[in-house]
Design a binder for this molecule. Structure first.
Ligand code: HEM
Length: 375
């Protein structure tokens, strides 16, 4: 039997995710999770241990992969060429072209277009008053800044989003392979068609890292948008009238925590919060658990803008390089939802998807009830 935390079904359903972490929370520090399919792995559920692990790539490397479900051998040939699984000098070299490409000041015009496109769509949805899936109608289109930053035609956005969604599906291996094939095909076309592989050194590096950006950017933010929408529907913002928008956005991201885990492999025997770890051990950091650690966050399930910065974007050298774009997208969505000429209503409690890696929803059924708006 695989350990329950390796089973995607453990995370599915409508029960609060905080219930999943409860049996594992103790005094803090890593918890050993025995597993028949592998030898086992350490799990981290507390904020302090997560920071210790994520800030120290010399002890805890990403080079052997950051996903529990991924076989180590898959990555040995790319670990100096793909940002997310590189460390040290290779990581620093790869981070620079990413920063150039994803700089948010290049996206001012695109943000205006995104705002106008979402506002138009919301006006139409308000006018019909019909039930709709917010993931498809608002959350997926909201990630347009990522594909725009990478220079893709806007007509390809939905196809790319679908390929990433399918490529992450842990319940359908054949569909996931097909999704990844589609994704890499589209990326290769883009690299060969556009201005070559710039700003990377060669085509392989460009393809690997563009695919990595698309994975990182398209499979996370839609779920934060869903959380934002649920908070708007629940009038959570009204409870904190003095909060700044930037604080609201940070708190939405913490509550959503769409990256379920990231993983490291121990490089040298060491001790984490007093627990001895051996070289080769895997350490899985469960980010939503750390972002609801009661030692750091009082009443963690409540929306309270102005809290301590969360670990939703990670910590240390691998801190999410798309964080500015993600914040811009979420800020834009909150703005247009708050200004909608209708009241957003949840039609059902959405079910979390069966996934060990993505904390989010397949579908979020909502409608706009006619009102005079709230902005
Ligand atoms: C709210 C949305 C997002 C969340 C919660 C999120 C979360 C994360 C986390 C936790 C990491 C660190 C992984 C690790 O330490 O192993 C990360 C890294 C990364 N993210 Fe994001 N991400 C988001 C949006 C984006 C966007 C919009 C992009 C692209 C535009 C992106 C691209 C990346 C890349 C390329 C990395 C690798 C950075 C590195 O290894 O140096 N992410 N993200």
């Amino acid at each position: 039997m695989p350990h329950p935390l390796r089973d995607p079904d453990t995370f599915a359903g409508t029960a609060p995710l905080t219930d999943t972490w409860k049996p594992y929370r103790g005094a803090g520090g890593p918890v050993w999770c025995p597993d028949d399919e592998t030898t086992g792995f350490w799990s981290v559920f507390d904020y302090a241990s997560a920071v210790d692990v994520l800030r120290d790539p010399a002890r805890y490397t990403s080079r052997a992969g950051i996903r529990l479900a991924q076989p180590v051998e898959d990555l040995s040939h790319v670990s100096d060429r793909m940002l997310i699984v590189a460390d040290g000098l290779a990581h620093r070299r790869l981070r620079r072209p990413h920063s150039l490409l994803l700089a948010s000041d290049r996206l001012t015009e695109a943000v205006g277009q995104l705002r106008a496109m979402l506002a138009r769509r919301i006006d139409q949805l308000c006018a019909t008053g019909e039930a709709f899936d917010l993931m498809r109608e608002i959350a997926w289109p909201a990630t347009a800044l990522v594909t725009r930053a990478l220079g893709f035609e806007s007509s390809l956005h939905e196809v790319l989003q679908r390929a990433v969604e399918d490529g992450f599906n842990e319940q359908d291996e054949a569909g996931a392979v097909a999704g990844r094939v589609d994704l890499f095909g589209l990326v290769v076309d883009q690299v060969l068609r556009g201005d070559g592989c710039a700003p990377w050194d060669d085509v392989d590096e460009a393809v690997l890292n563009i695919a990595g950006i698309l994975n990182g950017g398209l499979e996370t933010t839609p779920h934060v948008v869903a959380t934002a929408a649920m908070l708007v529907a629940g009038r959570a913002f009204d409870q904190h009238p003095g909060a700044e928008r930037a604080q609201e956005v940070e708190e939405i991201i913490r509550l959503s925590s769409p990256a379920m885990h990231t993983m490291r492999t121990v490089e040298v025997d060491c001790s984490l919060q007093g627990v001895d770890l051996r070289a080769g051990d895997r350490v899985v950091v469960w980010l939503p658990a750390c972002n609801s650690d009661p030692a750091t966050y009082d009443a963690a399930d409540q929306f309270r803008p102005g809290r301590a910065r969360s670990l939703a974007f990670g910590f240390g050298p691998h801190f999410c390089i798309g964080h500015e774009i993600a914040r811009l997208e979420i800020d834009t969505v909150v703005e247009v939802l708050m200004a909608a000429p209708g009241e957003l209503c949840l039609l059902e409690q959405p079910a979390r998807r069966a996934s060990t890696f993505v904390n989010g929803y397949e579908q979020l059924m909502v409608s706009f009830r006619p009102t005079t708006g709230r902005s």
